[in-house]
Unconditional design. Structure first.
Length: 588
């Protein structure tokens, strides 16, 4: 009986003793992420009564990538059992450096090695975890030629937790990384609704309205809704595909489609659709791309509407905003095209919801066949012509577009009955006001003015002209990295603002006309060296310049400190109003 009791106690002690030891994956949980500043944030989460040997903990970047570790910040270790150890979960901040003056994205392998013990007397075998990251080399400093730089920069002082200042774009990218999928998608849907109020989306309103109106008799609300949804879904697919490609490969598909021949062709589509609405023909020529698109649209074909939606997204509204850039940064850093693409898709749907409402209303309030029907078709035909001229602004001289706007507007005002006494007073008033404005626009164009808001400004006195000219911002335009680097070296020690813009970018023009025209902003910007990076042509040199600074499309405002280093947290993507921009400048 005594032997059985001893055996029972021995087994019990063994079993309960064994239960105190944790498996390695329970005792240690290694983590590593890369932040927007291209620093690696690593940690080893340790369970209760577990500690790590400080000497055995190693942080390494595998050789061959051209990227190495410049500095490691780590918490204070303590003496325990005559060894320097970490009794609490340690966190590390690793600053990277590049071995040459290279730019672009680079894949690296980061290895975290460690060994620890349990207070119960069990020591674990050495463990290691490998993490793969994509690093933007343009955000890294060039490595020092001095050997052993990493060891000399290491510090054992404890890092106080602090919030890192990041740009709006990086903050949005971090939201995708750390957020719940449902929350991320709903957030981007909200971003899309806000972007629907920007100038880049406005030109799509007459397009979708014209497509719906062109269906003619027999158009029901249900069919108008179906056509609108097809248009918006096609637009969303286009944005998603272009965004994912830009994020993965750094190729801006939308910018590539801003070449003159594409713009001329698409403007021709709108001219053809306009004349179709005027009743000149029904577009039955089978050999023309314009004919196919318009033919399908006019006959109620959903394929034609989808083509219009797809192309409109790529060609009509190519401007980049912070939410779009944030999603592209996330895709570029993580390679997660699925979640990034879903975010872009939901953002596009948000942008399209108001367009669906416009399309449905166009179908619901269609007048019965007759004079009203003819007039509505003519009005939307004129709107299509205005969209065509708006697109031509990107590739033709400003004077020509002003002449086209003026000629189109004068003809439309006469059509509305500007000089018909029998016409309704309201209709005639609108027509007369339009006629006066477009005549002023014509005179302004002939007089050399390029302002749509102040076409007769050239008639001011020379003194007034001088005072106006002195208010214009001074800037230098560059089109390549070499030109930009030369200016950065020349103005080193000064505050510098770099504006990525393109002539086809609507938000860029809005920045010039609204924000940069503000007297308070101009006074503050006089403290900066103002450089404009022109990426209109999307040439090889311009693509390289955009890639170096992580710009997926205009507008983008980048700021440099006194050492000509980019202040990542202050980068602005998309349009920003004068008050907000002024507050931003005051923080620099």
């Amino acid at each position: 009986m005594k032997k059985l009791l001893v055996l029972f106690l021995t087994l019990s002690i063994s079993l309960f003793g064994a239960s105190k030891f944790l498996m390695p994956d329970e005792a240690f949980k290694a983590k590593a992420t890369i932040n927007p500043s291209m620093q690696i944030e690593a940690s080893v989460e340790i369970a209760k009564d577990i500690y790590l040997y400080a000497e055995q903990l190693k942080l390494e970047v595998k050789e061959g990538s051209g990227i190495s570790i410049a500095e490691i910040k780590k918490p204070q270790s303590v003496e325990h059992h005559e060894e320097m150890v970490y009794l609490e979960s340690p966190k590390f901040l690793i600053t990277l450096q590049k071995d040459s003056d290279a730019s672009g994205m680079q894949n690296i392998e980061f290895v975290l090695s460690y060994q620890g013990c349990s207070e119960q007397g069990l020591c674990y075998e050495p463990l290691s975890e490998t993490f793969n990251f994509t690093v933007d080399r343009s955000k890294l400093d060039v490595a020092s030629t001095t050997k052993g730089a990493v060891e000399s920069k290491e510090t054992t002082t404890k890092i106080a937790p602090q919030e890192e200042s990041v740009s709006e774009t990086d903050a949005i990218a971090n939201t995708i990384k750390s957020g719940n999928i449902t929350l991320v998608l709903l957030t981007f849907l909200g971003f899309g609704l806000l972007l629907a109020l920007t100038p880049c989306v406005f030109p799509m309103i007459p397009i979708i309205s014209g497509v719906i109106i062109s269906q003619g008799e027999g158009l029901t609300t249900k069919k108008a809704f179906g056509l609108s949804v097809v248009y918006v879904l096609a637009m969303a697919v286009a944005y998603t595909i272009a965004g994912v490609l830009a994020g993965l490969f750094g190729a801006n598909l939308q910018a590539a489609l801003q070449t003159p021949w594409v713009i001329y062709s698409f403007a021709g589509v709108f001219v053809a659709l306009a004349f179709s609405m005027f009743g000149f023909y029904e577009l039955k020529l089978p050999d023309s791309f314009v004919t196919k698109v318009s033919k399908n649209s006019n006959r109620g074909g959903y394929i034609g509407v989808a083509i219009m939606g797809f192309l409109s997204a790529l060609i009509v509204g190519p401007c980049v905003a912070a939410p779009l850039a944030g999603a592209l940064v996330y895709i570029g850093q993580t390679g997660d095209a699925v979640l990034g693409g879903l975010a872009l898709f939901f953002m596009s749907i948000g942008m399209g919801i108001p367009l669906i409402a416009v399309g449905v209303s166009a179908g619901r309030f269609m007048p019965k066949p007759g004079a009203w029907m003819t007039m509505v078709s003519d009005i939307f035909g004129v709107m299509m012509l205005f969209v065509a001229v708006w697109m031509l602004e990107r590739v033709v001289d400003e004077y020509i577009t002003m002449l086209l706007y003026a000629s189109l507007g004068i003809g439309f005002a006469i059509y509305l009955g500007a000089f018909e006494r029998e016409s309704h007073i309201f209709k005639r008033s609108v027509a007369l006001i339009s006629f006066i404005y477009f005549v002023a626009l014509l005179i302004g164009a002939l007089g050399g003015s390029t302002s749509m808001l102040k076409p007769l400004s050239f008639l001011q006195s020379k003194t007034s002209q001088v005072s106006v000219q002195t208010k214009k911002l001074d800037y230098t335009t560059v089109k390549s990295i070499a030109e930009l680097d030369e200016l950065l070296v020349k103005h080193k020690g000064k505050k510098i603002m770099l504006d990525f813009y393109a002539s086809w970018c609507t938000s860029c023009k809005e920045l010039d006309a609204v924000t940069f025209a503000d007297a308070r902003v101009q006074a503050k910007l006089s403290e900066f060296v103002f450089i404009k990076a022109d990426i209109t042509e999307n040439s090889k040199e311009q693509k390289a310049m955009s890639k170096k600074y992580g710009v997926f499309g205009p507008p983008a405002l980048i700021f440099f400190d006194a050492s000509s280093k980019v202040i990542d947290s202050k980068t602005i993507i998309g349009f920003i109003g004068p008050d907000e921009f002024l507050a931003h400048l005051n923080q620099l």
